[in-house]
Design a protein around this ligand. Structure first.
Ligand SMILES: *Cc1c(COP(=O)(O)O)cnc(C)c1O
Length: 362
């Protein structure tokens, strides 16, 4: 029997979330972001579930090739552009749109011209200070791009650092401050793509012609102060594993490495076949929720490489072989992430290769 751990991807939920984001996009072009192996859900599986999107946005041209070879005929966008000039012929070959975020990429495009048709978007740094040209450079860069034979100008893109509604708008890099800078770009009629999931859901002032939705498509709220349910989203990944052993531990004993958790009472501790080598974060604190037999069982003791321990003293139905939900429809991945000082994004992306992945229609 294989080790009893599995990540189940819910195809129905992926499709449902796409519909939710389609509505939230209010007629704008909807890019489904499938970077990081579709946030851990599987690139080709996501491409299948997101057939109704207008395009797929990703990071690597090799991913573009993969989805093309599996029959994706709609648009593809490289969110960080290309990394080397040897990638340029592949952009044309696989009909991949690229962003251009600095002069180095522009020079590579000039050097390798002419093209039959190479679709480019100018990336604007409107305040996040990661990738992109300053708004006042937009006009010059656009003219230089348009002077290259075969380059087709698709529009301008920018990215928000803080599109969550709980961000203090007085602080630097608020959505409004970034929008103000976007107004400084030269082109007034250029197609604009600005919103990520959070901006699509919450920032009505962010308009434009296209949105790039990522995390929400996977059913994770972009702001952990809000639940998926409140946003009408369905978690699309369930990570579950089985109980492989039970220990009756008297009060005052320690559990696991570092003896972090000390039993306050006579306890029943379940050992679960999931550890940090599966992508369950080792930084999870005692009390991080799991679910077994329909009840919440708190993490008790440090997560090991291949196992973790939970307190099932109050869940007598929990037995060897019981299924434990580490995150999914009942245990929110954002809730688990909060107990580790991180965000749900990081957990779903970090599912380890050794975890078998299956899918269902739910
Ligand atoms: C990842 C990413 C997105 C999607 O962000 P979500 O918060 O997951 O919706 C959009 N745009 C860019 C440039 C990204 O890198």
């Amino acid at each position: 029997m294989p080790r009893p751990i599995v990540a189940t991807i819910h195809m129905g939920s992926l499709k449902h979330n796409l519909d939710v984001m389609r509505k939230a996009a209010h007629g704008r072009t909807l890019w489904a972001v499938v970077k990081a192996n579709a946030y851990g859900h599987g690139l080709l599986r996501a491409a299948e579930a997101f057939k109704g999107a207008d395009g797929l946005a990703m990071i690597d041209v090799s991913e573009a090739r993969k989805v093309r070879e599996h029959g994706w005929t709609k648009r593809i966008l490289l969110l960080e552009g290309f990394f080397d000039e040897t990638d340029i012929p592949l952009l044309e070959k696989y009909d991949v749109e690229t962003i251009v975020h600095d002069r180095r990429l522009l020079a590579m495009l000039q050097k390798n011209a002419p093209y039959k048709s190479l679709k480019v978007h100018i990336k604007i740094n409107s305040g996040m200070n990661r990738l992109g040209f300053h708004p006042e450079e937009e006009e010059t860069i656009r003219q230089e791009l348009q002077a290259i034979e075969g380059v087709q100008m698709m529009g301008a893109v920018t990215h928000f650092a803080n599109a969550e509604p709980t961000y203090d708008t007085e602080k630097p890099a608020s959505v409004n401050k970034q929008l103000d800078r976007m107004h400084q770009i030269g082109a007034k009629d250029l197609s604009l793509c600005m919103a990520n999931s959070a901006a699509t859901i919450w920032q009505k002032a962010v308009t434009g012609d296209a949105v790039r939705a990522g995390v929400a498509l996977y059913g994770v709220s972009p702001d952990s102060h809000f639940t998926s349910q409140e946003l009408g989203l369905e978690p699309a990944m369930t990570l579950s594993a089985k109980i492989i052993a039970l220990q009756n531990v008297p009060a005052g004993e320690a559990i696991g490495y570092g003896s972090r958790f000390i039993t306050k009472r006579d306890s029943r501790i379940a050992v679960v076949a999931c550890g940090y080598a599966d992508g369950y974060p080792r930084c999870a604190k005692d009390g991080t929720p799991t679910m077994v037999e329909g009840k919440i069982a708190p993490l008790a003791g440090a997560v090991s490489m291949d196992m973790l321990t939970i307190d099932v003293t109050d869940i007598p139905e929990a037995e060897v072989g019981s299924t434990v939900e580490l995150w999914g429809k009942n245990v929110s991945v954002n809730e688990v992430a909060k107990h580790c000082g991180t965000i749900g994004y990081e957990l779903i992306c970090a599912i380890a290769l050794r975890v078998p992945v299956t899918q269902d229609a739910n």
